[in-house]
Design a protein around this ligand. Sequence first.
Ligand SMILES: Nc1nc2c(c(CN[C@H]3C=C[C@H](O)[C@@H]3O)cn2[C@@H]2O[C@H](COP(=O)(O)O)[C@@H](O)[C@H]2O)c(=O)[nH]1
Length: 341
Amino acid sequence: MEAPLPPRESAKFVADRSQDVIVEKAGVYRVAEMLLEKVPDREFGVGGWKSLHELNPQEADEDAVNWVFVADTLNFSFWSEEEDRKCMVQYKGKMHSGYWALCAAINRALDQGIPLTRPSYYATVTLDQLQHILHSDTDVPMPLIEERHQILNETGKILLEKFGGSFLNCVRKSDKSAQKLLSLIVENFPSYRDVAVYQGKRISFYKRAQILVADTWCVLEGKGDGCFSDISSITMFADYRLPQVLAYLGAIRYSDELLKKLLKGEMFPSGDKQEVEIRGCSVWCVELIRDQLLKLVEKRGVKIGVDINSILLDFYLWDYARDHREDMKGIPFHRTRCIYY
Ligand SMILES: Nc1nc2c(c(CN[C@H]3C=C[C@H](O)[C@@H]3O)cn2[C@@H]2O[C@H](COP(=O)(O)O)[C@@H](O)[C@H]2O)c(=O)[nH]1
């Protein structure tokens, strides 16, 4: 079977044909302007991944890389049916929800001496053990526990068989190329194969695979094994939060028909035409924001100490969505229950 279009080309292919999601040029310019004043901030670079997020590993060693691998292997589908009834995990006195609930649960397990980041452990962890490890401190469990269990067992076995039990060995096979590492991930780990067919074309989003490359880059602080020459070829990560924040900022717009379905909280199957358009247009929108931002930096002669890329824009916008949850209440996010994002 033919290989799917790579993520960036896939996003353009969808955006050029999309009927129910539109990329708003005026909104793209506005977001680029908003980001322009943020870019000089220290946190905007690789360092923000640790300095802004206490649950992320603060080291840059092999254990930290294997922590990232487990987190991104399980980094999907945290949204709850009702916004005010969701899985929460308490860690060091703070309650965490969504993606951070997963990170809190991983750190809670490690503190209890459960070697959750070791593939020899998670390759054979039982469902009961995993339910205990990921247990919620509310009455709402983390979604898709069975899928998470199956994926952990499968992924752990592959890491043991093919990469000597450490994701760092996989990273080292990439010759410091982000695209090579992306290919190694999707070729070897089935649960990362986030692809779809749109208007007869096989396309890819590879959301978890791309964020795994990005998080590996950050946990290694862009140095040594993590000094990827082509890191800027990675696109934004097509999850369910970025479309919501891009719609809130007016950078993408939904057709009336699609907006009605979103407001009703309708479910979209993974690979559905409108779900693909939401994801594809969001990825392409961030590519256009980056292009516009680079033009503004040039035109205004803004001094920045970082290569602006779609990863850093994505992380900033994802954190922005976190910090503006209340303001964004009226903007729906699309509900797809799947293992890809
Ligand atoms: N586009 C994009 N999607 C991201 C992330 C992250 C966390 N990663 C970075 C964040 C801080 C550190 O720098 C991590 O590296 C999680 N997600 C996705 O969001 C959803 C969870 O949302 P909520 O239910 O609100 O927690 C789910 O699909 C999850 O897969 C990101 O950064 N970008």
